[in-house]
Design a protein around this ligand. Structure first.
Ligand code: CIR
Length: 256
């Protein structure tokens, strides 16, 4: 069974961290409705959604992807790059504990799950403003006994690796090469986002389908022309918070 852990939108989301975006007012009721539609979309694609309670004092807590890295064998709980977000891991670790053994990273490592793109046994990790070399090294150590190959990827002018590239098919990656050094991605089919939609490289693959923000019609058309099944959803309020579609869930197989 596919599990998707999500979290309800914090009423304080307007105090979220912003790195590359300028502040725009987030409409809270609209954000809540968009998040419900996102969860509905996950259910429609076969996921069992485990929706955690909102964290009123943690503005960014809806972006659960950043607070855990889940592989078949374990869940790694990082020290998140933004100090304001570090308390988010506590309740997420609790929610993950029935499903996976937990491995905790420790200072001076920092790492956000948005920097981790796993494709099979390959794990690409963005060297970003949020994820440092110690973070990448600790993730490599945590995964080594399970034979994952961890590769650092340089990330430029965007928050996370997955702001600039994401898996959309078994061997296919949607990418904005302005944001990500694609040298490490040799051997994969790279699908470039149109220049008119530089923020479109964050897509969420579930089975045969790809979830992508409705704000990117040219990218949607490009993927559909290549035969991808696209589910377009409106995440405008989360884009204002520098989020996308991968960041609002932690998705993994329940193995027993
Ligand atoms: C932050 O800056 O941490 C949040 N405002 C946005 C996090 C988005 N996370 C993601 O794309 N994985």
């Amino acid at each position: 069974m596919l599990i998707a852990i999500t979290r309800q939108v914090s009423p304080s989301i307007n105090q979220c961290e912003l790195t590359f975006h300028t502040k725009e007012q987030i409409d809270l009721p609209k954000a809540i409705a968009q998040h419900q539609a996102y969860e509905e979309c996950l259910r429609g694609l076969g996921a069992h959604v485990v929706s955690l309670a909102a964290e009123p004092d943690l503005p960014d807590a809806v972006f659960v992807e950043d607070a855990a890295i889940v592989v078949d064998e374990l869940a790694v709980i990082p020290v998140m790059g933004a100090a304001s977000r570090r308390p988010e891991t506590e309740s997420l670790a609790r929610a993950l504990s029935p499903y996976r053994p937990l491995s905790f990273m420790h200072a001076p490592a920092t790492l956000d799950g948005g920097d981790v793109m796993r494709i099979g046994r390959r794990v690409f990790v963005g060297a970003s403003k949020r994820t440092n070399a110690a973070g990448i090294a600790q993730l490599r150590d945590a995964l080594a006994e399970f034979h994952y190959e961890v590769t650092a990827v340089e990330v430029k002018q965007c928050l996370h690796l997955k702001s600039g590239c994401s898996q959309v098919g078994r061997n296919s990656i949607l990418v904005n090469r302005e944001l990500v050094d694609v040298t490490a991605l040799a051997g994969f089919e790279l699908i470039d986002v149109p220049a008119s939609e530089p923020g479109a490289a964050n897509a969420l693959q579930i089975g045969d389908a790809v979830i992508i923000p409705s704000a990117f019609p040219e990218t949607i058309a490009r993927l559909e022309a290549r035969g991808f099944i696209v589910n377009a959803i409106n995440v405008s309020e989360f884009q204002k918070a520098e989020g996308g579609v991968t960041c609002k869930s932690v998705i993994f197989n329940h193995l027993s």
